[in-house]
Design a protein around this ligand. Structure first.
Ligand code: SF4
Length: 417
């Protein structure tokens, strides 16, 4: 049977986006394959090493969330990464054979750095009342910029900034501050503000938290997580594909240098959840726009009432456009298809009001969450019993990891303890 490995960082309570993006897929995988799912607590430290106060509690919440969603310890091995020290040993040995450039070129490392700097820039300018509109960069940026004038300029402002950041990052030069300064001045931003933001970016703390060896090397730890169990497949989103490729390269390199121990795992491509938060932005704890699996009925009702609808539908008798409505996006997932069609038609003809439409959604969300809530209650009554399930799973995982490490030490001709 195919061996599958997957993990999640314990960063807090799980929300509907996590359910649709990860858990739903795990529920299917556990029926078909020999799965191991783990709580990646060491990975949580790679960019949040200062925030350890809640780590244990986050692990507990993750245990409750997984089990209450129906992840079944009878079918899969569930464990906590830091309980299997062999992951760290293998990661260390892999780090000896992994060229630094493989990690520096890793697109998700660069993307994260890019996003941190860019987010800082957005927030800084927004604080100075300089609004940035979020749109994807055009194909031919220079052309668009040359043609832009007046209103258009402000519209493509963000595009230009993003593009200039991107170019700098992807050219391996770091941020081209000279260019960035020119861009900001071109848009008529006061010289004083421009100098301030450039200075902060050049000398400030932005991105410092991920300027660590641990963060740069986390794909090596990930390779160890996967290969120590000789996993055949790993479910990942498209953005994680480079990590799987790196894992395969590490396996190849090890096998060539020492002995054929590791299989090259394949990726099981999973679709990312497209469910937005209640305000239309990406669902995230930091935006305070998420619906959690642990939310009670009243909280769900309240959050659904706050959801953004078609902004042009102001009065009850204005026809609406479901295509631009967040509530409708949720209906498409949580409401049966017949009813979705009905809402679509009635919304366009103003035959249903947004409040009624939201009530239907809230009811369907609650129906979906009720069984999860029920199981949660049961688990919370005897949490130590369920923590033991993870303890046992960790021991089971450790036994397999130890076997692999014996092979590794032998292949590398290390001292065998
Ligand atoms: S009726 Fe429903 S789908 Fe239409 S705009 Fe209102 S909330 Fe959205």
């Amino acid at each position: 049977m195919k061996k599958v490995l997957s993990g999640m960082r314990p960063t807090g309570k799980l929300h509907l986006g996590h359910y649709l993006g990860v858990i739903k897929n795990w529920l299917q995988l556990q029926e078909k394959y020999d799965c191991k799912f783990f709580i990646a607590d060491w990975h949580a430290l790679t960019n949040k090493y200062k925030e350890t106060d809640n780590l244990k509690e986050n692990i507990r919440q993750m245990i409750i969330d997984w089990l209450s969603c129906g992840i079944d310890p009878q079918k899969v091995t569930l464990f906590i990464q830091s309980g299997v020290k062999e992951h760290a040993e293998l990661a260390l040995l892999f780090s000896m054979i992994t060229p630094k450039s493989w990690l520096e070129l890793n697109p998700s490392y660069k993307d994260l750095k890019f996003n941190l700097y860019y987010q800082y820039m957005r927030d800084f300018l927004a604080g100075k009342q300089i609004k940035i509109i979020q749109t994807p960069p055009p194909e031919s940026f220079d052309e668009a910029f040359e043609k832009a004038s007046g209103k258009q300029k402000s519209k493509i402002f963000e595009e230009y900034l993003r593009e200039s950041f991107h170019r700098a990052f992807y050219n391996q030069k770091g941020i081209d501050f000279k260019w960035l300064r020119e861009v900001l001045l071109k848009f008529g931003i006061q010289k004083k503000i421009v100098e301030e933001v450039i200075k902060n970016l050049e000398e400030g703390d932005v991105g410092k938290d991920i300027d660590t060896l641990g963060f740069l090397a986390y794909p090596v730890l990930q390779a160890a997580d996967i290969l120590i169990y000789k996993a055949d497949a790993v479910p990942v989103g498209e953005d994680q594909l480079p990590h799987i490729e790196l894992t395969r390269e590490v396996a190849r390199r090890f096998n060539n240098l020492y002995d054929e121990i590791f299989p090259e795992p394949e990726a099981i491509l999973t679709e990312a959840s497209r469910l937005p938060g209640i305000d239309g932005r990406k669902m995230s704890k930091s935006y305070n726009n998420a619906i959690y699996l642990s939310d009670n009925r009243e909280t769900v009702d309240k959050k659904v009432l706050e959801m953004k609808t078609d902004p042009k539908r102001i009065r009850r008798n204005d026809p609406g456009n479901p295509e631009v409505c967040i509530v409708f996006r949720y209906h498409q997932i949580f409401t049966d298809q017949e009813k979705v069609k009905d809402i679509d038609t009635k919304c366009r003809k103003a035959e249903i009001g947004c409040v009624d439409c939201k009530k239907i959604l809230a009811e369907n969300l609650n129906k979906f969450l009720d069984p999860i809530r029920e199981r949660r209650k049961e688990i919370e009554k005897d949490l130590p019993k369920y923590e033991r399930v993870f303890q046992e799973g960790t021991e089971k995982a450790r036994a397999i990891a130890s076997e692999t490490m014996l092979e590794v030490r032998k292949a590398m001709k290390l001292w065998e303890f």
